[in-house]
Design a protein around this ligand. Structure first.
Ligand code: IPM
Ligand code: MG
Length: 337
């Protein structure tokens, strides 16, 4: 039976990296008769320019009927003066919440060829293999009330709400424990439970859920310490589970351990493993249009799509091996220059 894959290039380098990833998907589609139908849609700034909205109804219809979504990146200076509710990023956040993609998996893996590309010493990052599980549809990025209003004295006040329900914490914790069970069985839950009640509850619920996964070793860490530990001794981590905002920040940090922000793919999954796949980096407007953006994170996102949503782990391995080979050849060539 044929499957629909929604392709949303977005803004900045988005279309450039998506073109390369689609080449990989198309070739596998032909070689392995996957019967994938690729359908393109508008998202972010490109959608604002064409329709006035960052997430047009046609795109929503497309992603809802699709079996998986591949997304490039959204945003850029062109749309920064718009009201926050109408910016390109709202399109992405809208997609995540409309599709209930609450579980965001961000693997930070060091390809050995890139050990020297990291800003950290090779011995600190060699063999690095971390999975960041980021809660994606809750927390301060979605919490109400939010806004900017004038106080009685005329001063402006900006406010957001960090809010987590027990069920939201429990479901992301289960994904993290299950992921850890397939890996080294170590889970570190990152919070700020010493200051924020919402994450005090986070810690309590994660601890409660841990009783169902006795073979996974659970630790807790405050986010400030986690940021420091990630650059001090990153290999101490196996799986990290954390809130939406902390996961956003720590995954950018983790990308640098791997040598380039252009190397980290991600999968955002719902309760049935329907997923959206995207590189963790942004639209990089400073290098857009020059065809120099690294497409590997997007290509690796295609691998994640094959593994999680299309049930083709062997093809995911094929892509990952190909990326490894490309790096070996390229880095080998560079080393001889
Ligand atoms: C990411 C990005 C997005 C986020 C932006 C573009 C809204 O930084 O996927 O990490 O904050 O989640
Ligand atoms: Mg981010």
């Amino acid at each position: 039976m044929s499957k629909t894959i929604a392709i949303l290039p977005g803004d900045g380098i988005g279309p450039e990296i998506i073109v390369e990833a689609v080449k990989v998907l198309e070739i596998l589609n032909i070689l392995f008769e996957l019967e994938l139908q690729l359908e393109e849609g508008l998202i972010g700034g490109a959608a604002i320019d064409a329709t006035g909205q960052p997430l047009p109804p046609e795109t929503l219809e497309l992603v809802k009927k699709a079996d998986a979504v591949l997304l490039g990146a959204v945003g850029g200076p062109k749309w920064e003066s718009l009201d926050i509710a109408n910016r390109p990023e709202k399109g992405l956040l809208g997609l995540r919440s409309e599709l209930e993609l609450f579980a965001n998996l961000r693997p930070a893996l060091l390809f050995p060829e890139l050990a020297n590309a990291s800003t950290l010493k090779p011995e600190v990052v060699k063999g690095l293999d971390i999975l960041i599980v980021r809660e994606l549809t809750g927390g301060i990025y979605f919490g109400q009330p939010r806004g900017i209003h004038a106080l009685d004295n005329g001063e402006l006040q900006g406010f957001n709400t960090l809010i987590y329900n027990e069920s939201e914490i429990e479901r992301i914790a289960r994904i993290a424990f299950e992921s850890a069970q397939k890996r080294q069985k170590r889970l570190c839950s990152v919070d700020k439970a010493n200051v924020l009640e919402a994450t005090e509850l986070w810690r309590e619920i994660v601890t409660r859920v841990s009783k169902d996964y006795p073979n996974v070793q659970l630790t807790h860490m405050y986010v400030d310490n986690a940021a420091m530990q990630l650059v001090r001794a990153p290999k101490q981590f196996d799986v990290i589970v954390t809130t939406n905002m902390f996961g956003d920040i720590l995954s950018d940090l983790a990308s640098q351990l791997t040598g380039s922000i252009g190397m980290l793919p991600s999968a955002s999954l719902d309760a049935n493993n329907k997923g959206m796949y995207e590189p963790i980096h942004g639209s990089a407007p400073d290098i857009a249009g020059q065809n120099i953006a690294n497409p590997l994170a997007t290509i690796l996102s295609v691998a994640m799509m094959l593994r999680y949503s299309l049930n083709k782990p062997e093809l995911a391995n094929l892509i990952e091996d190909a990326v490894s080979q490309v790096l070996r050849v390229k880095c080998g060539v560079l080393a001889t220059l």
